[in-house]
Design a protein around this ligand. Structure first.
Ligand SMILES: Cc1cc2nc3c(=O)[nH]c(=O)nc-3n(C[C@H](O)[C@H](O)[C@H](O)COP(=O)(O)O)c2cc1C
Length: 180
């Protein structure tokens, strides 16, 4: 059984979370972890479980302009933000909209600032919606992993991401449509 973990990341938080989720999934799956630019149709076609995640920008998925804002923030004098090697690749939103229709299993996650989701927004919601629109059934509710306002992953979130990977791996093996 194969799982594909696809992520978008500007500053590396979502990449780290995606990598932990991939490690958690390895208990149950042979896992491929790729940034969105490398997530080919062939990889998608070969996956029994698709897990997709990205950073929350402006309460939802990133856009070309929010990604430019992220780049500008990192380029500012004195900024401690570092652009990820895969930053600036096509956004996850466009990738999901181009995704072929498939009756497959999936899960959605995001990273976002620590706070009440009603105020911060959460990209995992639109990611889940787009996955469902493409025919995928969600094996778990969309999940957020939290960063500080300076975009540093909170203590314990990497470990929680690994556990979430294990949880969705197990849930997908005994799939129940309760979460769709
Ligand atoms: C342009 C921009 C807009 C953002 N908007 C939000 C937001 O609306 N809500 C939120 O919780 N976090 C927001 N953030 C913070 C990011 O979600 C957070 O830093 C995330 O962990 C970044 O992930 P990455 O390191 O994988 O790029 C924003 C960050 C940027 C650069």
């Amino acid at each position: 059984m194969r799982a594909l973990v696809v992520y978008e990341s500007m500053y590396g938080n979502t990449r780290v979370v995606a990598s932990e989720i991939a490690d958690g999934l390895r208990v149950a799956y042979e896992v491929t972890l790729v940034p969105v630019a490398e997530a080919t149709a062939e990889l998608v076609a070969g996956a029994d479980l698709l897990v997709a995640g990205g950073p929350t920008h402006m309460h939802g998925l990133s856009s070309a302009s929010s990604r430019r804002m992220a780049e500008k923030a990192a380029a500012k004098d004195g900024s401690e933000l570092r652009l990820d090697p895969d930053a600036g690749s096509p956004g996850l939103g466009a990738w999901l909209r181009d995704l072929g229709h498939r009756d497959g299993l999936a899960a959605a996650f995001d990273t976002r600032i620590n706070g009440v989701a009603a105020f911060t927004g959460r990209a995992s919601r639109p990611i889940a919606k787009l996955l469902k629109r493409r025919g995928y059934r969600l094996v778990a509710a969309p999940e957020s992993f939290l960063v500080t306002s300076q975009s540093t992953l909170l203590d314990g979130e990497a470990a929680r991401a690994r556990r979430w990977g294990m949880t969705i791996g197990a849930a997908s093996k005994t799939y129940s449509p309760a979460h769709t």
